[in-house]
Design a binder for this molecule. Structure first.
Ligand SMILES: Cc1cc2nc3c(=O)[nH]c(=O)nc-3n(C[C@H](O)[C@H](O)[C@H](O)COP(=O)(O)OP(=O)(O)OC[C@H]3O[C@@H](n4cnc5c(N)ncnc54)[C@H](O)[C@@H]3O)c2cc1C
Length: 430
């Protein structure tokens, strides 16, 4: 069963967002602003978004958000995702949006007062610090970073990497092993660590495919962080001891919907460039749009984006109606499918632009580089495929006697037995 549509009033809000993001946010992309300058440039945009009641739409109103639910939020992310600066303009950029969700979900009233309020107001930035270089991030049940209760303080020791925004964050949510001998999914806990705590050292922002040149303190960078003799009070524990995995699962479901819809925003922008190029570039005396291969790219891209969009909205609708746990298969399906659609559409758009697409004169090369990470952050494709297959296979049983259910000779023998009288009559008449 499925049933989702958009109310006309919200459709008008989406129209406004489409226009606003294109007119006010896209131009900022071209300026390569430093963090402080970016905050200044975004301030009036964020004020306008707040004025229209569209700020921090990922949380319910009693926690300071607009409380849209995942379908509306997904449609909104599709528009915001068209620009890397769209989400921050609307107060629901990763990882702050996910972090505010887990603070809302698991935080004590005091933790929410201290961190959630300022985070939602856009006054501070946060980081989610879980992945470690020496351990498989796709299996977060094994972490070398430890937190030990020592009197009234937790002592945190370890090293993390790919902690997005750690070099600009005020708050680090650190995932550390608290009970090595517990069941795998009960070993780790989450801690709220102010970035200026003694012993927290942001070693470097890691140059990546997306940002290959060394830089530090830039929004969107991914940092290597050392936690050495870091002491935080007992109350810094977020949620229950051993609860990190359960909290992370709650956070990641909706987060993946937002990623997929943002990727559709990027795909759409790349697709528009692909189609525009097809209308004016001439090779061998014909427009590129007249060549069969280009028409296939356009048709395939449109079909793939449409499929990904419907699958994502369906997963969002399922989260809204029956919860993230019941929507696990749909969420995983869209995570690996959506990442591939993004990759393919951007690749085709880059290809049709030739050397121009390869150059930084168009945003396609940056989209292409950013798209690569989508295939493993928030869970590699292989892990999501594995989960989908596991959930599907639960619905199947081995056939009796090892004979496939659809085995034609077996079915024919059964049909001959069942319809024997009819077959006898037909043979006699013949
Ligand atoms: C842009 C970006 C931002 C990130 N931001 C953060 C952040 O803010 N905080 C944070 O803590 N981490 C962050 N990460 C890290 C991310 O979560 C990890 O990269 C991811 O979990 C994979 O872990 P890994 O890199 O250790 O790869 P590994 O776990 O070592 O996996 C490597 C490869 O092994 C294969 N593989 C793994 N498991 C299976 C399986 N079950 N079946 C088949 N093949 C498998 C896959 O091909 C996978 O890509 C970020 C990463 C990127 C790229």
């Amino acid at each position: 069963m499925w049933d989702f549509s958009t109310e006309p009033a919200f459709e008008r809000q989406l129209d406004w967002m489409r226009e606003f993001v294109r007119a006010e946010i896209w131009p900022l992309e071209t300026l390569a602003l430093e963090h402080a300058a970016l905050r200044l440039a975004l301030a009036p945009i964020q004020a306008e978004v707040k004025r229209r009641g569209l700020w921090a739409a990922h949380l319910p109103p009693h926690l300071g958000g607009s409380g849209f639910g995942q379908v509306k939020l997904g449609l909104m992310h599709e528009i915001l995702g068209s620009s890397p600066l769209g989400p921050i303009g609307f107060g629901n950029q990763a990882p702050d949006s996910g972090n505010s969700e887990i603070l809302a979900l698991a935080g004590t009233p005091e933790q929410r007062r201290r961190w959630l309020g300022p985070l939602l107001a856009g006054e501070i930035m946060s980081c989610f610090s879980m992945t470690e270089r020496e351990r498989a991030g796709s299996d977060p049940t094994v972490l070398d970073t430890t937190a030990t209760l020592d009197g009234d303080t937790w002592l945190i020791e370890g090293e993390k990497w790919f902690s997005s925004n750690a070099s600009v964050a005020d708050l680090l949510i650190v995932v550390a092993t608290t009970d090595q001998d517990a069941a795998p999914h009960r070993r780790a806990s989450m801690f709220l660590v102010p970035a200026d705590t003694a012993g927290v050292e942001v070693i470097r922002d890691i140059p990546t495919i997306e940002h290959p040149w060394p830089s530090f303190g830039v929004y969107g960078n991914h940092a290597e962080v050392r936690y050495e003799g870091v002491r935080v009070p007992r109350e810094a524990l977020l949620g229950e001891r051993g609860g990190a995995f359960a909290i992370a699962q709650e956070r990641l479901g909706p987060g993946r919907i937002h990623h997929c819809m943002r990727w559709l925003g990027v795909s759409r922008r790349a697709f528009d460039m692909l189609c525009e190029r097809a209308t004016y570039r001439v090779a061998q005396n014909e427009l590129l749009g007249e060549k069969g291969v280009v028409r296939s790219w356009i048709a395939d891209s449109a079909a793939e984006m449409s499929a990904a969009r419907l699958m994502t909205l369906h997963a969002a609708w399922k989260i809204d109606t029956v919860g993230a746990r019941a929507a696990r298969a749909e969420i995983s399906m869209i995570k690996f499918f959506g990442a591939q659609v993004l990759h393919r559409v951007v690749d085709r758009a880059l290809q049709i632009h030739g050397s121009l697409g390869y150059s930084t004169d168009l945003p396609l090369e940056a989209m292409y580089r950013a798209a690569r990470g989508a295939r493993f952050y928030d869970g590699p494709d292989e892990v999501h495929r594995d989960l989908v297959a596991r959930l599907i296979l639960r619905e199947y049983q081995p056939p009796d006697d090892g004979v496939p259910t659809e085995h034609v000779p077996t079915r024919r023998a059964a049909a001959e037995a069942r319809f024997a009288s009819f077959l006898d009559a037909a043979t006699a008449n013949g």
